[in-house]
Design a protein around this ligand. Structure first.
Ligand SMILES: [Cu+2]
Length: 744
């Protein structure tokens, strides 16, 4: 990490921010109905619109934003990327209490920076249903950092987002229950049949041997993607030769977006509200909650050029046409090669669920999973830094799988360079922290150092201390980590000119280092900005100094509430209404605990009735092990014959009438088979192997169990809708049955 250049790097010029004015906005937060897909759905709109109105200020102004909460739930607004007093930061239970229903709340703070930012609700899942908007902080005309040709050309704010007809609470619940409906909708199930067809049977087996579920680049299926709340827009006010600046914010709850332009190169001029030295690229990806300022030109007359915005999973896209006349399209991004990605993931993951630690060899977005999964990119060798890294990686692993070469220049964090010296003052006291990004897909638990927020205290920082954080992504997904209240330096090859950011997208296996001076007192949130990861507990609080927040009468109690919010209980239930009986289960789970009941209810006393209840706690990062205590109850009238049944160990099993307690463990074996060992208070021991939801085809799932009570079951189901499947099974107790399985 040394400065590659010898030329003198300029310090940030002094700013004069006197005689600014107070700029006031009134925001009316109100329940509204929309129809994006043919179905009428509830959203929360502000001043009658989605996204929320663009707020514009000039550096040196004082912002006064009056929020009128007209909905029946609490709300809040967070000013993303802004440096402000802690009590104005808008995080309920951390910097203020939620704004009560039908009340008014005023945020007031000085604007001491410029750049493209955005704002959103920080309450529950409100951000997913409309509460996001652009926030543009303009430079003063006399700003010494003013750039001609960049800061004086027309600038259009674009806020990118996604739309789902599902209630986000339902999405959250489905993610925690490993419901694969989204994969079916996206055609990314990665089933055995699809693996065989693509010659990747071995890849699939290895993947399941390593206990991985099919992995996608994103978790959720969305019905629509939006730019400024619409599907398509034409900017016909621009003519050939014009340069247009787009101030792009990713206001999506969980989607990364690719930006491509049909009219040539894209000039990147700022990131997360901070100027960078202009860099020409062919494409860039915008992480969740990042902002980028780009400049494009219109090459020809009577032509409008597509600015193509494609979510990382490439299920759909949304466009803006720049200019007037015949539409010049950009080629749509081809579909992902999921099994190539799976093969890559197999190589990256160790048998214990850890990602291979590559140290600093993998950092700054140089190793992009997408690059492996792109079928379209082939060309001159070694032009794209990402691809070069990929090749390096492939060599290290003595394998190569389609990491082709390319001429296409993709932006990465090494290409971001501040125009000024961003180095921090030399200090004796630098606090070094390492945080490992952890989590598992199977239970959708996301954490730092394998702890969710409810398991940790705030991280205490002295005011003025320099905090240097090493982030290691040991999870299978990329995470856009966002820091409130500060810009941090991302240490890259630009030395003193390391870029300033407030979101760091970090890919699996990467290690990155960020640093900042903790000069503002208060409790500052640091979290993954994928909304559902944040709600699952992937966050921390940096407590800088000993801040007395006038908005919080009891900080400890408020923090407890925040901790509880990121460790919610989720309910799932399913029942198979079959010809030979009812089979079902329901589970209530949080990050660590599970309370589950299963039942098998025959239609007569001969078939009998049986329930098993387990209360257990998941152990370890991958949560493959769950010790539990249980309660079993069964009743069957088999005219006495059941009393004679023996299990594999020769133990007599009172099968007809039994009510016992038990202790046991559940352990996920390779191939995702659940091994369960249980000892009952009547001395009976039972071992069982079970797997449900074996992905045979896109919609067919297989299931089986077998145990030492000589019971077994084979099942097959066909998933019809999000909530319903057709199912059939053969069960040693109840025989053959067919029916409908309903899932909640
Ligand atoms: Cu995340």
């Amino acid at each position: 990490m040394q400065n590659a250049q010898n030329k003198k790097v300029l310090p940030f010029p002094e700013k004069k921010l006197t005689d600014g004015k107070t700029v006031t906005y009134h925001l009316y937060v109100k329940d509204t109905l929309v129809n994006f897909t043919g179905k009428v759905k509830r959203v929360i709109a502000v001043n009658g619109q989605i996204p929320m109105p663009t707020l514009t200020f000039t550096e040196g102004d004082t912002a006064e934003i009056i929020v009128h909460n007209l909905v029946d739930e609490e709300t809040s607004l967070h000013w993303h990327g802004l440096m402000l007093p802690n009590k104005e930061d808008g995080v309920p239970m951390l910097t203020q209490m939620g704004i009560k229903p039908h009340s008014t709340y005023t945020y007031k703070f000085p604007i001491i920076q410029h750049g493209t930012h955005w704002y959103h609700s920080h309450s529950g899942l409100q951000e997913q249903i409309g509460m996001y908007g652009s926030m543009i902080l303009k430079k003063r005309d006399d700003d010494p950092t003013f750039r001609n040709g960049i800061d004086d050309i027309p600038a259009i704010p674009l806020i990118l987002s996604e739309w789902t007809d599902l209630n986000p609470n339902n999405i959250h619940r489905m993610l925690h229950n490993a419901n694969d409906w989204f994969a079916i909708k996206k055609n990314s199930t990665q089933s055995y049949w699809e693996a065989i067809k693509e010659g990747h049977f071995g890849t699939k087996v290895t993947n399941e041997w390593k206990r991985m579920l099919a992995m996608d680049v994103s978790d959720i299926y969305y019905d629509k993607f939006l730019i400024n709340g619409s599907f398509e827009q034409q900017l016909s006010q621009f003519k050939s030769g014009d340069r247009v600046r787009f101030r792009i914010s990713n206001g999506g709850a969980s989607s990364y977006f690719w930006i491509n332009y049909a009219g040539g190169k894209i000039e990147v001029v700022a990131n997360d509200g901070n100027d960078v030295e202009p860099v020409m690229v062919d494409r860039l990806i915008i992480g969740v909650s990042e902002t980028y300022d780009i400049v494009v030109t219109i090459p020809e007359k009577n032509t409008s050029y597509e600015l193509l915005v494609t979510p990382e999973d490439r299920t759909k896209s949304v466009s803006i046409y720049v200019g007037e006349g015949i539409k010049q399209l950009h080629a749509p991004l081809p579909k992902l090669k999921y099994f190539e990605g799976m093969k890559m993931m197999n190589d990256m993951m160790k048998m214990n669920g850890d990602m291979k630690d590559m140290g600093m060899a993998m950092s700054l977005q140089k190793m992009d999973m997408n690059a492996v999964m792109y079928p379209e990119i082939t060309g001159e060798k070694g032009k794209d830094p990402q691809k070069m890294e990929m090749n390096k990686y492939a060599k290290m692993n003595h394998s190569s799988h389609g990491a082709g070469n390319t001429d296409i220049v993709t932006l990465n964090y090494n290409m971001l360079k501040s125009p000024y010296d961003t180095s921090l003052p030399k200090k004796d006291s630098i606090k070094n922290i390492t945080l490992t990004l952890t989590g598992n897909m199977n239970r959708y638990v996301w954490s730092l150092d394998n702890k969710v927020l409810s398991e940790v205290d705030k991280i205490q920082i002295k005011k003025g201390e320099i905090l240097r954080i090493k982030l290691i992504n040991n999870s299978m997904m990329r995470h856009p980590m966002h820091l409130h209240g500060f810009d941090f330096r991302v240490l890259n090859e630009n030395g003193a000119q390391a870029p300033l950011k407030n979101v760091l997208d970090i890919m699996p296996m990467e290690t990155d280092i960020i640093e900042f001076a903790a000069n503002t007192e208060g409790d500052w949130f640091f979290h993954c900005h994928i909304l559902y990861h944040m709600m699952a507990g992937m966050n921390r609080v940096f407590a800088v100094g000993d801040y007395k927040n006038p908005e919080l009468s009891d900080k400890e109690k408020a923090y407890k509430m925040l901790q509880n919010e990121s460790n919610e209980w989720h309910l799932m239930a399913e029942n198979d209404f079959a010809t030979n009986g009812n089979d079902g289960q329901s589970m209530l789970q949080n990050a660590r605990w599970s309370i589950g009941t299963e039942w098998r209810l025959g239609y007569n006393n001969m078939h009998g009735y049986e329930t098993e209840t387990h209360i257990g706690r998941y152990i370890g990062k991958m949560q493959w092990l769950m010790p539990f205590i249980g309660f079993d109850w069964r009743y069957r009238d088999s005219h006495g014959s059941g009393e004679l049944e023996k299990n594999l160990f020769g133990q007599k099993n009172k099968k007809d009438q039994r009510a016992t307690l038990s202790v046991g463990v559940l352990y996920t074996l390779p191939m995702l088979i659940d091994f369960q060992a249980e000892v009952f208070t009547d001395g009976i021991v039972r071992l069982q192997l079970r797997r449900e939801d074996i992905p045979l085809t896109r919609r067919f799932r297989g299931a089986f169990y077998v145990n030492t009570d000589k019971e077994y079951m084979l099942g097959l189901k066909y998933i019809v809708t999000r909530n319903a499947s057709l199912s059939t099974h053969y069960d040693s107790d109840m025989g053959f049955g067919a029916g409908i399985t309903l899932v909640y």
